[in-house]
Structures are given as C-alpha cells and as structure tokens.
Design a protein around this ligand. Structure first.
Ligand SMILES: [Zn+2]
Length: 147
C-alpha cells in the first residue's frame, strides 16, 4: 500500500521547483522575516505597521547555532508507542544569516550530536516525521553539508 505524503504542518515548507525550502513571512513595511509564517500582523514591535505580509522561501543553508538530542520519551500529549523502544533524535538550531533568525529542526536520520559542531554549515532536506497506516507525515530535517 502506498501512503499519502502529507506535510505535518501545512504551509510551513514547500518542495516547489527551486528546491525544498521553509516558508516564512516578510513584512513589506519593515522587511522583518518570520518563521513560522504569520498571517495576521507583523511581529516586530518597532514596526510602524501598514505593510503587507508576503510569503518568502527561507535560505536553504545555514550554520549550526546549537544542538542537542532527546534521549527520553516525552510524556503525553507527545504521540509515541510505549511498546516500542525509544529512539533518540537530534535537534538542531540553525542560524540563517540572510533572515537573521534561528530555526529549529531535527537532524536528518543517522546524524547525531557527535556529527555536529557549532558553526558547521547545514542544509535543509525533506524528512519524515511519522508514518501511520495511511499517511507519511513529512517535515524538514537539517543535514551537514558535505560538498
Ligand atoms: Zn513590519
């Protein structure tokens, strides 16, 4: 059976031509960029307001700002099967220079804390958050740049 590939959160990333990218919002009044996308109002407290909020793809590469791993199963409402052994995952905070922001995400499968260092260049890649009977829930991952 083929599972439908569905974004875990609609509108936060795209796999459009030009590459897999996170989608943010740029305020046309103050040029500040936000992630996750913002539809209601500019989050910059110094913004005079009155601008349009425009969808913009964020940089596909950044540098590791910090990282850690999750070695314990979080309590509910976190969804996990307690009958399956907990698999640690790696969480990376990535600084995007052009947007002047830090975005969190999981590291790609097989990338652990021993593979990361602050300042290392990483790239955004498509990933899988979770699979159930009908659906592959997709997300983004960060992976060290090797070339
Ligand atoms: Zn603004």
């Amino acid at each position: 059976m083929t599972r439908a590939r569905t974004p875990a959160v609609a509108g936060w990333f795209t796999d459009a031509p030009g590459g897999f990218r996170l989608l943010g919002t740029r305020c046309s009044a103050c040029s500040a960029v936000f992630f996750p996308p913002e539809g209601a109002f500019c989050r910059n407290p110094d913004c005079a307001g009155g601008g349009e909020l425009l969808e913009v793809p964020l940089s596909g590469r950044g540098r590791v700002w910090s990282y850690t791993d999750g070695r314990y199963r979080p309590p509910a409402p976190y969804v996990s099967d307690p009958s399956v052994p907990w698999e640690p995952y790696t969480l990376v905070a990535v600084e995007l220079a052009a947007e002047a922001m830090v975005v969190l995400g999981q590291a790609a499968p097989g990338v652990g804390v021993a593979d990361l260092a602050v300042g290392m260049e990483v790239e955004l890649v498509p990933g899988v958050l979770h699979e159930d009977a009908d659906t592959t829930w997709t997300t983004w991952h960060w992976r060290p740049v090797t070339s």
